[in-house]
Design a protein around this ligand. Structure first.
Ligand SMILES: Nc1ncnc2c1ncn2[C@@H]1O[C@H](COP(=O)(O)OP(=O)(O)OP(=O)(O)O)[C@@H](O)[C@H]1O
Length: 283
């Protein structure tokens, strides 16, 4: 197996404001990742953990402050154009226009990747077929259901047939049936030879879908491994990862850091499912 993503010490801080009022957020604090070719790799963590920032660095949308990365065999810092050509990226917010049809969007994206008109049309038709969208292909995107629109987003992200695709929360907002369909689509991409790196808030999604998972909190990877291994090893009371979009802050813990020994697995009032994982240092 070849590494598809390899990062060492990847870092990113954001500075807002000026002078004495300036604040710095260390969004990603030295992340090491090893993702093998052909894997579905899940990147899990609560709100504000650093998932999107990491994803945006890996897809060249923002520049790291430090560290190294090789993406699909290309040096991220030295050859961003080649990285972009080799990867697909499906953002959280989606990328379709309300008034365009799925077919128009797909043809346009294929053209932007340098394909001829005829080839772009062929690719669009094949993608519509593969994502079971042919029936709706010529209707404006505003008329699609959430699940259909998400399928169009993914078809757009891979129209240039990349070896590696990044999916930012691909199932957020979908109902359980549409989520299950989306999982099937993602597995099908992997079975076709693509490597998938996805972010998610949902532990059940990571468990059902991913070959391996890394959990990030407060800008650092706190644990990684296969879902089976993590489930076997999760015994600690040290870090609580909030699911369903909530950042967990147990009321008894004023520091809300994983060094705080008072953290215990609980079910908070917001109804989130929480889980506990040990930090790297205690594994
Ligand atoms: N442009 C920005 N300027 C300042 N701070 C930012 C910026 N983007 C992100 N941050 C901060 O960086 C940290 C990490 O944010 P990021 O969006 O990477 O987290 P996330 O894990 O993707 O969260 P979510 O699950 O809510 O999407 C957060 O504290 C966030 O407020």
């Amino acid at each position: 197996m070849r590494p598809m993503i390899l990062t060492r010490g990847l870092r990113k801080s954001y500075r807002s404001g000026r002078g004495r009022k300036a604040t710095v957020v260390e969004a990603v604090r030295g992340v090491d990742l090893d993702v093998e070719e052909g894997e579905i790799f899940g990147f899990l963590g609560p709100n504000g953990a650093g998932k999107t920032t990491t994803l945006q660095m890996l897809t060249t949308l923002i520049e790291p402050d430090g560290g190294e990365a090789t993406i699909a065999g290309v040096d991220l810092l030295r050859n961003q154009a080649e990285v972009r050509a080799r990867v697909g990226y499906v953002a959280q917010g989606g990328s379709t226009w309300d008034d365009s049809t799925a077919r128009e969007e797909l043809v346009l994206h294929a053209r932007m990747h340098g394909l001829s008109k005829a080839e772009a049309r062929r690719r669009a038709a094949a993608a519509l077929e593969a994502f079971q969208l042919t029936e709706y292909a010529d209707r404006p995107c505003r008329t699609y259901s959430g699940g259909q629109r998400r399928r169009v987003d993914i078809a757009l992200g891979i129209i240039h047939r990349p070896r590696l695709v990044f999916l930012d929360e691909p199932t957020t907002g979908l109902d359980p049936q549409s989520r299950a369909h989306m999982w099937d689509e993602i597995r099908r991409l992997r079975d076709g030879g693509m490597t998938i790196f996805l972010t998610t808030h949902y532990l059940d999604e990571a468990d059902a879908l991913c070959d391996r998972i890394a959990i990030i909190d407060n800008g650092e990877i706190v644990t990684e491994g296969s879902p089976e291994r993590l489930k076997r090893e999760i015994t600690g009371d040290v870090l609580v990862v909030g699911l369903n979009g909530a950042t967990p802050r147990p009321p008894s813990c004023s520091t809300a850091r994983r060094t705080c020994a008072s953290w215990r697995p609980t079910r908070p009032a917001c109804g989130c499912t929480w889980t506990t994982v040990p930090p790297r240092s205690r594994r």
